[in-house]
Design a protein around this ligand. Sequence first.
Ligand SMILES: C[S@@+](CC[C@H](N)C(=O)[O-])C[C@H]1O[C@@H](n2cnc3c(N)ncnc32)[C@H](O)[C@@H]1O
Length: 433
Amino acid sequence: MLESVLSARRSSPKAEDGDGDDESKTRKHVSLPARFAKFVSGSVRAGSVAQYIVLSVVMLFLGSVLSRSRSFVCVGPNETLPRLAVFENIEGLASEFGSLGVPWCRSKQGRKVDWTTKDLLKGLEEFVPIYEARPIKNNMFGMGFDHSFGLWFMVRWLKPDIMIESGAFKGHSTWVLRQAMPETRIISLSPRHPEKYLKKGPAYVDGNCTYFAGKDFVDFGNVDWVKVLLMHGISNLSRALIFFDDHQNELKRLKQALKAGFRHLIFEDNYDTGTGDHYSLRQICDQFYIRGGGHSCFSDSDEARIRAKRRKFWEKAVDTDELCGEGEAWWGVRGHMRDDFNHSSKAISLSEHFQNSRFVESVLDVYWELPPVAGPSLTHQTRYDPARATDPIIEEGRFGQFHRLGLTRLDSTVFNGYTQMVYLQVSSSPTPS
Ligand SMILES: C[S@@+](CC[C@H](N)C(=O)[O-])C[C@H]1O[C@@H](n2cnc3c(N)ncnc32)[C@H](O)[C@@H]1O
């Protein structure tokens, strides 16, 4: 029956287990202390003289750092529980927010979201116990804590008449949408139906959701949305919220959403320049004329030096060699516009890249990147570079607040998937209504 209301061109299901080329959320967090422990056990097992020497030097170095450090052990104002904050003393970590600059997308009239940091903090207090009760505890390949919170918070704030998600995997994000709006209809598109995952372990299938999944799968761009939403009693598409977590070129998705008449969009994976498996809003807006945007491929530039240093600390940071492709092309990923879990990758010129950003700016009413929930000294994440993210919701070093909000109860691996989730409000008209 679904097929009769949809235009029928089907995409072949891809990356069904979420195991495409996207590395952002796939690997378990390996912290610096864990890497060190692995190295130590390796030395002991192998008994290599060279490793013992390196080990001794590292121990001496750590000893001298610890003896000089006043903030190695960080105890919050109201806590009896001491917590190691080794990250605070490593050069270039928590202290260097913004050293590379954080590019952003300009909106038509510079409008901002209505919510404040205070609202986000209040939301966190409510969300942590909800998240603890999630049915899918291990959501590797899917959203972690930061984005789950961001999605829940924004949906609750925006209160759409209907929620559409593209890219469901085992159904964790469907569950998050449901927690935010218990009565609101969801439409979920994913090549593989989340119920398929139930055979292997926890998954979530929603009772008030229309699934375009499995044999009924249709790509977002091929749905006749006016018709489908009318069937669900919705005639005003600007009251719908679309959540994309399908690893498709975000310029393509933006154009498809605009064509259908949608106004509220959330993109889960808003990858930084040089990373990720699809062309993202962040990448599109990374332009020379934006503060923090544009890049240098010169190997002796300040940027190259900073990048080389930061690459040592952050798994997802890229140095200049990784950033730049042929002809010193740094935009997108090494001058390429990736799509569909990097199953498609097209070289684009700097001028095309520039035109893409001009187009995006011409339809943007609001651009808001979700900040990370907390900085690395609190979460102990080692994946994304905080210098390429906005300031966290919980300020660095505020362990008391982090603890009070219940965040110390969560496994640190859930803080690993942050990729600048973004909310867009868009309109085709030159001035928003
Ligand atoms: C990263 S996972 C989604 C994770 C999920 N949102 C969560 O947080 O648990 C990406 C999903 O997109 C699906 N996918 C692949 N191509 C798609 C397409 N064209 N439209 C919708 N979903 C697609 C994959 O099969 C996979 O289930």
